[in-house]
Design a protein around this ligand. Structure first.
Ligand SMILES: [Mg+2]
Length: 389
């Protein structure tokens, strides 16, 4: 068994939305195909991956470093001990050979896309949905039939007033979501508070509303928002300050009684460990949002969960960023706390398989073999156009 080809390309996920830190007018993702010499139904079994959203395509790193290392490897060095399937951990180690420690950023994003394609391939060769393979290998056979999901929405958009914000949230409720999320921090607090009030009025309270500052605030602003938002009893207050400012996070956690959530811009085991060590995160209420498709992949994510559990955290406190089928599958197979969802943004890559039903804020992972990339028709058509299949 060997890898016969690895293809990568850049896809656009541009849109007019913005959060407190960036707009998405130039946003792209890397798309990767890893083709094997195993054929089924007359076609090579191929895994597909992409790098979630928010950090741009990483074609240079893929083309110049990660893919050539895999092409140069002895085929047997990429297989599991039985030789019956590829070993994602061995592949990860080969693709990241000769990379210095630290500085986890665009390299982790490139690896995340490639690692997703590898896991898709491994599950397809095993003729299983990825969530079931993860359940059997890493979770004693246990899994969740339903996963808590929430739409990452409430973006700032040109001309979007309170009515349209409420309409958006009402739409999510009509689609079956319970918890919803909105952006804050792109306007001053006295302009954001009416936005929050409009949504909590619609929802009948703040318990099902998460807010996301996308790392915008300094400590004083984070504390001011925290004081102003405490009475709402929000579901969580996400990424208040810079993702690497653990002291800011710890100070806010000491003063803000509600739940905090962060981690989508931490890209490694080491950074996630530092968040738990130094960020003041409280294992009884806070949430960790590392995105496996941005942070060296599912392979690294398994290490992050193990690290967190040895430090007294439950994996139920993990709700990955990204709103993709990989996150839904690993949340089900590893029994995490849930997954983000993108019913309306980052198309065609945002969101789950087309047949995913959301009821009472819960999604079923489905029985698609592999990650289920083929079951999201518009996305898979774009993947095929870009990297074949
Ligand atoms: Mg966020």
């Amino acid at each position: 068994m060997r890898i016969t080809d690895i293809r990568e390309a850049t896809a656009s996920i541009r849109s007019d939305i913005r959060n407190a830190y960036v707009d998405f007018s130039q946003m792209t993702v890397s798309v990767v195909a890893v083709e094997s010499d195993v054929t089924r139904h007359g076609r090579p079994v191929t895994g597909y991956g992409f790098c979630s959203n928010g950090r741009y395509a990483q074609g240079g790193i893929l083309r110049e470093r990660l893919i050539p290392r895999l092409r140069a490897a002895e085929p047997g060095d990429l297989l599991d001990v039985e030789g019956g399937n590829f070993d994602p951990r061995k592949i990860r180690n080969v693709m990241l050979a000769n990379e210095k420690p630290g500085g986890h950023g665009d390299r982790a994003v490139a690896a995340g896309a490639l690692d997703m394609a590898v896991w898709d391939l491994v599950a397809k060769l095993g003729e299983q949905p990825l969530w079931r393979l993860l359940s059997e290998r890493y979770n004693g056979g246990a899994h969740d039939d339903q996963v808590m999901v929430y739409p990452g929405g409430g973006y700032y958009y040109p001309g979007k007033g309170l009515d349209r914000l409420q309409d958006e949230m009402r739409g999510y409720r009509d689609q079956g979501y319970k918890v919803v999320k909105m952006k804050i921090g792109a306007v001053p607090l006295d302009e954001d508070l009416p936005r929050i009030e409009a949504v909590t009025a619609l929802l009948g309270g703040g318990g099902d509303l998460a807010v996301d500052a996308n790392g915008r605030f300094d400590l004083a602003t984070a504390l001011a928002y925290g004081r102003a938002m405490s009475p709402f009893g929000l579901f969580w207050f996400e990424e208040p300050g810079d993702p690497l400012d653990y002291a800011l996070n710890a100070e806010l956690a000491a003063q803000y009684p509600g739940a905090l959530a962060t981690g989508e811009n931490l890209f490694s085991l080491q950074d996630a460990r530092n968040l738990i060590r130094h960020g003041g995160m409280r294992p009884d209420r806070d949430w960790i949002q590392v995105d496996p498709a941005l942070s060296y992949g599912l392979t690294e994510y398994l290490d992050i969960i193990e690290m967190a559990e040895t430090m007294g955290w439950s994996r139920r406190r993990f709700i990955p960023h990204g709103g993709h089928q990989l996150a839904l599958g690993l949340a089900a197979g590893l029994q995490l706390g849930g997954s983000e969802s993108y019913p309306g943004v980052f198309q065609p890559f945002g969101g789950f398989a087309d047949d995913t039903v959301i009821e009472d804020g819960l999604a079923r992972p489905g029985e698609h073999i592999g990650i289920g990339m083929e079951a999201k028709a518009t996305m898979f058509a774009e993947i095929q156009r870009l990297v074949g299949g």
